[in-house]
Design a protein around this ligand. Structure first.
Ligand SMILES: Cc1cc2nc3c(=O)[nH]c(=O)nc-3n(C[C@H](O)[C@H](O)[C@H](O)COP(=O)(O)OP(=O)(O)OC[C@H]3O[C@@H](n4cnc5c(N)ncnc54)[C@H](O)[C@@H]3O)c2cc1C
Ligand SMILES: NC(=O)C1=CN([C@@H]2O[C@H](COP(=O)(O)OP(=O)(O)OC[C@H]3O[C@@H](n4cnc5c(N)ncnc54)[C@H](OP(=O)(O)O)[C@@H]3O)[C@@H](O)[C@H]2O)C=CC1
Ligand SMILES: CC(C)=CCC[C@@H](C)[C@H]1CC[C@@]2(C)C3=C(CC[C@]12C)[C@@]1(C)CC[C@H](O)C(C)(C)[C@@H]1CC3
Length: 529
């Protein structure tokens, strides 16, 4: 066949172009080495495959939720779904309680750094309940199933004028995970952690029975559930308080250019009688940060409205850094749902390590509508090479320390990891019974979540040794480690950090010993792959 431009039509070009491209790609990968390509060119795989698949994934869930709600099937199906959980547990009891239980949610789907090794050895119980059951605006309560995501919550509540007091920002965080683990947001200085906005829990226990608990009913269990990581029973529904939402957040950006300013202005603002609805600080270096204070409002100055959630907009942490670089205060009006998911598009600042040019204006305009890739899909496809790379050269930790230890904590992080930006999120910690409470006798204490996500810039970073030094510092400050991350604590150190008195009591009363692992055996570094 004679190839010339006359009869070499478009279909021929495509027909020959594709295999030629594949051959070139394969030769290039062979030349560079697969490991090198996976590490340094992960963005090719993410952009060509994960981003489009993420869009399809979200679209399917969008359609599903629409159908579910239009058919109003969620509430009716709920009882059937709970009976299915009970039936699985009773079957496990009848089988002689062969191995301890955990949820059947695949480890790659959860918002934690790793997957639980226990998923492949324990009896997996399906708890696939993912719908919002009711919104009671009289009682100001939303009742939801445990797999409801924060993306669903904002999608439902915000348009009807309501919101959760504490609505953690990553779309895929689930109600179950935020209750059984922990959830925090920039409104936590007013409302506490996600668990402190919960009114009741409904759980299927180790004997298959269904129990409801609240501050008034089975209160010991109610206070023992948060941070129990699914080791007291399976959550099948939760009631959370809701508060009136407004259309915008009036967000004020204040550059802080000295450590003295950071250590004085940030804590004072968090505890301020002005009661800002949102308080958050991003630290960009040892002595520079941007303090953000927000207020819910229905009014706005139209020339200052910034829909930061639009696909073409800069990544939020880069936008915020602009105020520091210009050393200039600023005020914007951000639509509420955009504000809640402000860190989602760039997965805080993690996406820059995966798609380095992701904040480039051309990429944002062309591909921004597909960003972010689903964290779950990134986890599913990261492979051993990248996992080792993150293991040895990347830190993701959230340490919760008393606000009066902020300065020492920032010094500790600077010395051991020198990793920026740091996410500083204040939260009030009520002195209630359970795993996590202040050690002082005060009725509540202001704490701060120090989030460190990225590549440590210290010469001798060793994940285990370095993390243990920070864990030791946090424990000595009467602080707590968020357990979605890698925890290198020994069991003894873990029991010192987290108050196990009520937890152990409930484990005995609910006969959990043979039914569920202990928390430590689900979250410690050795238990996770
Ligand atoms: C597991 C899962 C993960 C998801 N992840 C994301 C994500 O990352 N980002 C994202 O944007 N979306 C996500 N979604 C889709 C989300 O469910 C929303 O449907 C979507 O954001 C579209 O919003 P909407 O306003 O059309 O939702 P709607 O269709 O209005 O409602 C969605 C949910 O709210 C419930 N609901 C709605 N109105 C009421 C009411 N008045 N009373 C009681 N219940 C009500 C429905 O049962 C449904 O569960 C996810 C969904 C699921 C199931
Ligand atoms: N802004 C924030 O607050 C952020 C918080 N995070 C972290 O993400 C976590 C939430 O991630 P997410 O993926 O939603 O949760 P996960 O699926 O990771 O669940 C966390 C734990 O809760 C248990 N669990 C979840 N659902 C149930 C249930 N219905 N019944 C019993 N146990 C259950 C899981 O048990 P099992 O292992 O058996 O499935 C797991 O041990 C939080 O705990 C937090 O640490 C991450 C990013 C931001
Ligand atoms: C309290 C708060 C705000 C915590 C924020 C935690 C996030 C920054 C964490 C939670 C899950 C997390 C560890 C994750 C990752 C980055 C940091 C995340 C998103 C990534 C996407 C980094 C790249 C990795 O290859 C891999 C895909 C395994 C993980 C998945 C989990």
């Amino acid at each position: 066949m004679h190839l010339d431009s006359a009869n070499f039509g478009l279909s021929d070009k495509i027909f020959y172009f594709i295999p030629a491209t594949i051959v070139i790609l394969i030769s290039w990968v062979k030349y560079k080495g697969l490991e090198h390509v996976l590490i340094n060119y992960r963005w090719i795989f993410v952009c060509l495959f994960l981003l489009p698949i993420s869009v399809i994934y979200d679209t399917l869930f969008f359609i599903r939720s629409k159908l579910i709600f239009l058919l109003n099937a969620a509430p009716k199906q709920h009882d059937e779904r709970v009976k299915h959980v009970q039936k699985q547990v009773r079957k496990w009891v009848e089988a002689g309680r062969p191995s301890r239980m955990c949820t059947a949610r695949p480890g790659w789907q959860n918002i934690s750094f790793r997957r639980g090794k226990y998923k492949s050895t324990l009896t997996n119980i399906e708890v696939n309940l993912m719908d919002i059951l009711s919104v009671d605006t009289e009682r100001k309560v939303v009742r939801a199933e445990p797999m409801v995501s924060m993306g669903q919550m904002t999608a439902l509540l915000n348009p009807i004028g309501w919101t959760l007091p504490v609505l953690p920002e990553l779309d895929d965080l689930t109600v179950g995970g935020l209750i059984m683990g922990v959830g925090i947001e920039s409104s936590s200085h007013l409302y506490g952690l996600f668990q402190h906005c919960c009114i009741s829990f409904e759980l299927v226990l180790a004997d298959g029975s269904l129990v409801k608990c609240s501050k008034e009913e089975n209160s010991d269990l109610f206070y023992a559930v948060p941070w129990s990581y699914g080791t007291l029973g399976f959550l099948v529904a939760a009631e959370m308080s809701i508060i009136p939402a407004k259309k915008y957040v009036r967000l004020e950006y204040t550059p802080l250019t000295s450590r003295q300013q950071i250590s004085s202005l940030f804590p004072a603002t968090a505890s301020s009688s002005e009661k800002f609805d949102f308080v958050e600080t991003l630290a960009y270096d040892r002595d520079s940060a941007v303090l953000m204070t927000g207020r819910l409002t229905d009014d706005c100055e139209f020339d200052k409205v910034n829909a930061i959630g639009r696909w073409y907009k800069p990544w939020f942490f880069k936008h915020v850094e602009g105020y520091l670089l210009r050393n200039k205060k600023g005020v914007e009006y951000i639509p509420l749902r955009d504000y809640y998911h402000r860190h989602s598009r760039s997965i805080f600042w993690e996406l820059q390590d995966i798609v380095p040019f992701g904040n480039n204006i051309i990429f944002r305009i062309l591909c921004g509508w597909m960003v972010p890739p689903k964290v779950s899909l990134l986890k599913l496809t990261q492979g051993e090479t990248i996992k080792r790379l993150y293991e040895n050269h990347h830190m993701v930790q959230d340490m919760l320390v008393p606000m009066d230890k902020l300065n020492d904590s920032l010094d500790c992080f600077h010395k051991h990891v020198n990793l920026y930006p740091l996410w500083l999120c204040p939260f009030v910690l009520p002195n209630e019974q359970g795993m996590v409470h202040p050690r002082s006798s005060a009725s509540s204490e202001m704490y701060v979540d120090i989030g460190a996500y990225g590549e440590p810039k210290v010469p001798n970073y060793h994940p285990r040794e370095t993390t243990r030094k920070i864990e030791q510092f946090v424990s000595d400050c009467d602080g707590f480690q968020m357990l979605y991350a890698d925890s290198y604590l020994t069991e003894q150190e873990f029991r010192k950090m987290f108050d196990h008195n009520l937890y152990d009591k409930m484990r005995r009363e609910l006969d959990c010993e043979k039914a569920f692992p202990e928390v430590y055996n689900k979250v410690c570094r050795a238990a996770r792959d």
